[in-house]
Design a protein around this ligand. Structure first.
Ligand SMILES: *Cc1c(COP(=O)(O)O)cnc(C)c1O
Ligand code: SF4
Length: 340
């Protein structure tokens, strides 16, 4: 399943596949045999945050079902246009937590690098949908300032590559960045926050596996999956291949109304993840980003769902239900006394 490597000058096959992603709402509706009446609103919502879905992901969506749990993650809807009080453009205070462009240092011992604004898919609930990537991104892949910052602070043990999606970058650029990171002696861990193995399993190619295997740091990959239907056979194979490289695999999901806000969906997700060698890590309460309020689930409902999961699953398959709050030293567990 691992494609042969191609010379550096050529476009990799995953890049070609990604270029063919669906961007036109009319094409998506026709392909999935959905009512044409959805089109005007889809066009309006897509003009604010464009539609983007790889064809392989779209093929996992049930045709003719407007409530499909994968469709609802990617289809621009009229509800995105409504303004909801309490919802913002930067709900988690990320812009304030950047000591330099592209570097977030909110929590002890770890920093997060915004490596790119690009993603392989556009998730309608994304808390970074309005993020000012142009201002936050280091110019022309110039990592020097971020690397100097990390090298100067020996309390930093772990670097998280995030975005956007770091696996949007070419393997040549990633390998170079990782090489420069591993030269910083006090760094122990490299973490990748990516949705690529789930939305475009072809991304897990030999080049990626090669630089991952070479890196001296302990590696953690946190993928992002919200529903078991996202995990088909090629996704399972891609994740298992990454696991074989000695990478610890974790998942973060977002609790989304109408998508995974029931015990069956969440149990199914945990089971399918584990089949692919991935442990559930976080289940996030939605960040209050403007345009996503229709996905929100009440805190009391969320806590109740978690209690049901705990009755049905082994403890290691129950994710931590958390919310990110501006100014806190970590993500906050919802079941703690802070909330109840
Ligand atoms: C979520 C997040 C992290 C990682 O937090 P963990 O609890 O270690 O998963 C680090 N930095 C920022 C800015 C984050 O938002
Ligand atoms: S892949 Fe992640 S960062 Fe990109 S749109 Fe989806 S949720 Fe947002």
């Amino acid at each position: 399943m691992i494609p042969h490597t191609t010379p550096a000058c050529q476009t990799d096959s995953w890049q070609k596949t990604l270029q063919q992603a669906i961007r036109d709402p009319a094409e998506l509706l026709a392909l999935l045999e959905l009512p044409r009446e959805l089109l005007p609103a889809a066009r309006r919502a897509a003009s604010r945050f464009p539609l983007r879905v790889p064809r392989g992901y779209a093929s996992r969506i049930q045709k003719g079902d407007p409530a499909d749990p994968l469709l609802l993650q990617i289809l621009p809807l009229q509800q995105e246009m409504q303004t909801t009080p309490g919802y913002h453009a930067d709900p988690v205070g990320d812009v304030a937590a950047m000591p330099l462009p592209g570097l977030l240092h909110k929590y002890a011992g770890r920093v997060l690098l915004i490596t790119t604004g690009a993603c392989g898919i556009h998730c309608r609930y994304c808390f970074r949908r309005d993020f000012p990537y142009a201002a936050a991104r280091p110019d022309q892949g110039e990592w020097q300032a971020a690397l100097d910052y990390i090298a100067a602070d020996t309390s930093i043990r772990e670097v998280i590559l995030s975005g956007g999606d770091p696996l949007s970058l070419s393997d040549a650029r990633l390998a170079e960045l990782v090489q420069r990171l591993e030269a910083i002696p006090h760094l122990q861990r490299l973490r990748l926050h990516t949705r690529f193995p789930v939305i475009l399993p072809e991304r897990v190619n030999r080049k990626l596996l090669t630089w991952l295997a070479r890196c001296r740091l302990q590696k953690i990959m946190v993928v992002h999956t919200n529903h078991a239907n996202e995990i088909d056979r090629p996704v399972t194979e891609a994740l298992r291949t990454i696991g074989k490289q000695g990478v610890t695999l974790l998942n973060q999901a977002v609790l989304l109304r109408g998508i995974n806000d029931n015990p069956e969906a969440l149990c199914g997700l945990s089971e399918s993840l584990f089949t692919a060698g991935v442990l559930p890590y976080y289940l996030h309460q939605l960040d209050k980003i403007q345009g996503a309020s229709h996905f929100a689930v009440e805190d009391a409902t969320a806590v109740d769902l978690l209690q049901q999961l705990r009755q049905q699953l082994p403890g290691y398959l129950v994710p931590r239900l958390v919310r990110e709050l501006t100014g806190e030293a970590a993500k906050i567990p919802l079941e703690s006394r802070n909330f109840l």
